[in-house]
Design a protein around this ligand. Structure first.
Ligand code: ATP
Length: 441
């Protein structure tokens, strides 16, 4: 069981305290997302778990181990970053192998390179200059040979023929050396075959085993991030840490990759802590979400809980898309908005008359066709036609913006003019009501 526990930790950079009295329990085998706006401290909390920053108070546990003061390499965690952090000069294979090698570094220190490895540079230029155009060169040389055999033996043909033979010879030698090298390597470094198997296993997980001998620069951003994932998984960490791993990718790829990452992690049952500021990504990938405000958690729950039952105004506004209308209770269950419009709440609340409230309304809960007790006049501000639906914004009297998703008669509403005044109906049964920061309904 590899659960994680932050117990009253405080982390600061110099005098600047990022989090204090911070507590969080992350159950074994879950993907838990730290979600919040930029600068709220989610990466700092992740770094405290990885061992990159040391809390000035409190404890961090991985399973039963108190890891607060352990160096990062002793924690059996692995991390993937926004910028992939792959070595550009190493092949994909070597990048993935790197972590495994580090973990065996003591044994490796005792190993020596074979004597001939220092001479391999003689062969390497052959690969370097001709590797890419090898088949083209061979084709050309074959033609040259035929010409040489059938026609006059000019200097050019003669020299190309010798070149051809020379290349084949070099290739045969280098192949032989490769083979010998591999056998020797296995004798000298018994873990080499094991590592090779593990690396390919990890690459197969992300479906990139056929790219093993390319360099990272020859792969797309999405592929590079999958390599980074496989490099993290190959060391079989107790905990996987992901710091905004999809932020550098375009929207379509982000969507594809988050599904893939989730299914890989879930298939391995690995406890994962994932940092993002993208709430859609958090909803899609997580088992649990900790919604951060500056330096503390506002709410911790499943994606469904934080979406359908926000406990605070911050969570209501941060999760999902919504508009916030501010007003005052003028009669039991009747709210007068700043611009003078009224909204009738569905239940009798005991919010005292005169209390200021915030109504958080999701666009799908405002209709132009289904009437409710709370009609409200709006002036159309923008219209975005998306085929099956229209996304609209409307202005209230005080210029507050109300968001609407119009699915019924979408084509008709798409033709309306900006500036037209229409009546929208708020579904107050699905409206979140807050007094101050706390949700009351
Ligand atoms: P983002 O999503 O932008 O990465 P975040 O929520 O992960 O933000 P952190 O990176 O944890 O936020 O930063 C929290 C606060 O600590 C920020 O105000 C940031 O400026 C500050 N901070 C982060 N790293 C350092 C550092 N090395 N030295 C000083 N202050 C730092």
């Amino acid at each position: 069981m590899v659960s994680i526990k932050y117990e009253n930790i405080g982390v600061a950079y110099g005098d600047f305290i990022v989090v204090q009295n911070f507590n969080l329990d992350i159950p074994h085998g879950t993907i838990t997302t730290l979600l919040g706006p930029s600068g709220c401290g989610k990466t700092t909390v992740l770094r405290a778990l990885a061992g990159f920053v040391e809390p000035f108070e409190g404890n961090v546990f991985i399973g039963d181990n108190n890891v607060t003061l352990l160096p990062p390499q002793k924690r059996n965690t692995a991390m993937i970053f926004q910028n992939y952090a792959l070595w550009p000069h190493l092949t994909i294979f070597k990048n993935v192998e790197y972590g495994l090698k580090l973990r065996e570094s003591d044994e490796l220190a005792a190993l020596k390179s074979p004597w001939y490895s220092r001479f391999l540079w003689v062969i390497k230029p052959y690969y370097f200059f001709l590797g890419k155009t090898h088949s083209k060169a061979l084709e050309y040389l074959k033609e040259a040979k035929e010409e040489y055999c059938s026609e006059k033996k000019g200097i050019l043909q003669l020299s190309t023929w010798y070149l051809f033979i020379g290349f084949r010879w070099l290739k045969a030698i280098s192949k032989g050396i490769d083979h010998y090298h591999r056998e020797k390597k296995e004798q000298v470094d018994p873990k080499w075959a094991y590592r090779r198997e593990k690396v390919f296993e990890a690459l197969r997980l992300v479906h990139l085993e056929d790219q093993a001998f390319k360099n990272p620069t020859q792969l797309s951003g999405g592929q590079q991030q999958r390599i980074a994932l496989s490099r993290s998984l190959v060391v079989e960490p107790d905990v996987l840490l992901c710091d905004e791993p999809l932020s550098n990718l375009d929207a379509k790829l982000r969507k594809e990759l988050r599904t893939e990452i989730r299914s890989i992690i879930k298939s391995l049952g690995m406890t994962t802590v994932y940092v993002t500021h993208d709430q859609t990504e958090a909803l899609a990938i997580s088992d649990r979400i900790a919604v951060f405000n500056i330096g503390f958690i506002e709410q911790y729950g499943t994606p469904t809980e934080v979406f359908t039952d926000p406990h605070t105004l911050f969570v209501g506004q941060f999760i999902g898309i919504s508009s916030t209308l501010v007003g005052k209770i003028i009669k039991p269950s009747l709210v007068e908005l700043v611009g003078g419009e009224t909204v009738k709440l569905q239940v009798k609340t005991d919010i005292p008359v005169g209390e200021e409230v915030s109504l958080v309304i999701r666009p799908e809960n405002v209709s132009l066709t289904t009437k409710s007790d709370s009609p409200i006049e709006i002036e159309i501000n923008t219209i975005e036609y998306l085929g099956t639906e229209v996304k609209m914004t409307g202005k209230l009297k005080d210029d507050t913006i109300l968001l609407l998703d119009v699915a019924e008669r979408a084509h008709e509403y798409a033709q309306m003019k900006v500036g037209t005044k229409i009546t929208a109906y708020i579904n107050t049964a699905e409206t979140f009501v807050f007094v101050g920061a706390d949700r009351v309904y």
